[in-house]
Design a binder for this molecule. Structure first.
Ligand SMILES: [Zn+2]
Length: 283
């Protein structure tokens, strides 16, 4: 830090503008928030975080597949049509489901690279004196159905929409992938996580700590029409390399591969076989 100031000072003998610039350099260095001191990772807004995950499941994350047919929600096909319609209107999307073996951390099942990243992040969480942990990761379409139905209080549009504020329907949960994690304090509710020191710790410096391990917010506060209400307790793993590289600003097709990455293409993740939209959901 002193070296920066001296170097700037040395190049600015007697020139007021240069002295001003030198002062600005020193101020900038001192004004860097603690969270940003971790890494020089790019900052993202909510739409950017969402785009990272959409790009990741379409292009870079292994062991995923889309369901062959629409999973049922209720036993009433007409009611299911309406539920699917309202879910998609709210911004829910068809999400891929984990294939193959899952790892287990403390009895919670998740994809292997997520388990490795979570163990490393968890060590930092504990070292800094926080007690929150992961309570849910992979969730099958069947267990998602159980969750949704536990919240459904009738068949009116209002009742359906009320349930959709909290729970996705089977086939549309990011938890199906095994790449999503829910954080919670052992004695707290999900809703309480937002006001907790754990959330402040995670979100500091544009989510610098989770980003360093490849995690980004799943349903950020500043995104409209993303399905559920914002969920500050849910994170998705996209891998640090993708966070470093970024994705295009316009991720047009929901299920298609992104056209190009914003940085050095050759060094960025991607290039897997593009996923195809299942026939049963294609327009
Ligand atoms: Zn969740």
């Amino acid at each position: 830090m002193a070296a920066v100031a001296e170097a700037a000072e040395a190049g600015a003998p007697g020139n007021p503008m240069r002295r001003l610039l030198a002062a600005a350099v020193v101020l900038t260095v001192f004004a860097t928030p603690a969270g940003a001191a971790y890494d020089d990772l790019p900052e993202y807004d909510g739409e950017g975080f969402v785009a990272l995950y959409d790009h990741a499941v379409a292009n870079t994350l292994p062991h995923l597949a889309y369901l062959d047919e629409r999973p049922h929600v209720t036993r009433d096909p007409e009611l299911d049509d309406r539920i699917w319609e309202l879910a998609l209107e709210r911004g829910y999307r068809l999400r891929p489901v984990a294939t193959g073996e899952l790892a287990s951390v403390g009895g919670v099942r998740m994809q292997a690279p997520v388990a490795e990243a979570w163990r490393a992040l968890q060590a930092e969480i504990r070292a800094d004196g926080h007690g929150f942990t992961v309570t849910s990761a992979y969730r099958s379409p069947d267990s998602q159905r159980t969750n949704f139905l536990s919240r459904l209080r009738g068949s009116s549009d209002e009742a359906i929409d009320e349930a959709l504020r909290w729970y996705s329907i089977p086939g549309t949960s990011k938890h199906h992938s095994g790449y999503a994690l829910d954080f919670r304090y052992p004695n707290g509710t999900f809703g309480q996580f937002r006001a907790s020191p754990g959330h402040a710790w995670m979100s500091e410096g544009n989510f610098a700590r989770p980003k360093r391990h490849g995690f980004v917010p799943s349903y950020p506060d500043d995104v409209e029409n993303q399905g559920p209400n914002p969920e500050p307790w849910e994170y998705v793993w996209v891998g640090r390399e993708l966070i470093v590289c970024g994705v295009p600003q316009e991720v047009g097709p929901v299920f298609g591969p992104a056209a190009a990455l914003t940085r050095d293409l050759a060094r960025c993740p991607g290039g897997q076989e593009p996923v195809t939209v299942p026939d049963w959901l294609a327009p």
